[in-house]
Design a protein around this ligand. Structure first.
Ligand SMILES: C[S@@+](CC[C@H](N)C(=O)[O-])C[C@H]1O[C@@H](n2cnc3c(N)ncnc32)[C@H](O)[C@@H]1O
Length: 205
């Protein structure tokens, strides 16, 4: 993660979040209210923990947050926030999914800020990002509640349109979002799916 000491980097430091990415989720939350008090939240690619920390504060003590990442994460939830369970592992590993299920069999909100290690090659980065995004959507099939919400980061490219079309089959409302706090030069964008339609045949996912 590049540490340009911009406005959001400084703000994250002041607000005691470990990464500036918090403000991307905050912006989406302020507009679409995908997180509600008492919700269960699964955060895929959670390290260093800003999104989970923010989600914990929004859902509050009756909610729960589970974060998973290839890297170890171990920061404490803030007072008044939901408990956060940190798992270290690959989202593609079925064993991790069993561990997550032991906390909650299903979640109201699935967040993914997951990103591959970037190479600088747009095509390669897009392809790797799309494989991860497909994996997160597969996990939604296994772990997201009926009428649950899904937010996922993508690196734009030729497969973006077909991914959005797939989301439109599975969610009642789909939005494509480029938050103000996302760097203009970055090819990242976020796709939001609201109100998951669990009735779609899992074989088609
Ligand atoms: C941009 S960071 C997430 C920042 C986080 N949302 C925050 O606010 O602190 C992307 C993360 O995705 C993780 N990641 C990439 N591939 C993964 C995989 N297959 N399984 C789990 N985590 C993965 C990386 O280790 C990295 O920490």
């Amino acid at each position: 993660m590049r540490k340009v000491r911009d406005y959001y980097f400084q703000k994250a430091k002041k607000d005691r979040y470990p990464a500036r990415s918090i403000y991307k989720l905050e912006e989406v939350q302020k507009k679409y209210r995908l997180l509600r008090p008492g919700d269960s939240v699964l955060d895929l690619g959670c390290h260093p923990g800003s999104w989970s920390l923010y989600a914990s504060e929004v859902v509050g003590p009756k909610g729960v947050v589970v974060g998973i990442d290839l890297q170890e994460t171990a920061i404490a939830a803030r007072p008044g926030g939901a408990a956060i369970h940190w798992f270290c592992g690959d989202i593609a590993d079925p064993e991790q999914i069993s561990r997550i299920r032991r906390i909650r069999p299903a979640f109201k909100v699935l967040l993914s800020d997951i990103a591959p290690r970037t190479t600088g090659n747009r095509w390669t980065d897009h392809q790797q990002s799309m494989r991860l995004a497909e994996q997160t959507l597969h996990l939604a099939g296994q772990l997201l509640h009926e009428k649950g919400h899904y937010l996922c980061k993508l690196f734009q490219g030729e497969e973006t349109v077909s991914f959005i079309a797939t989301l439109k089959e599975q969610f009642s409302l789909v939005k494509v979002i480029k938050p103000n706090s996302s760097r203009k030069e970055s090819r990242e964008l976020f796709v939001l799916g609201m109100e998951y339609r669990k009735t779609v045949d899992p074989q088609q996912r």
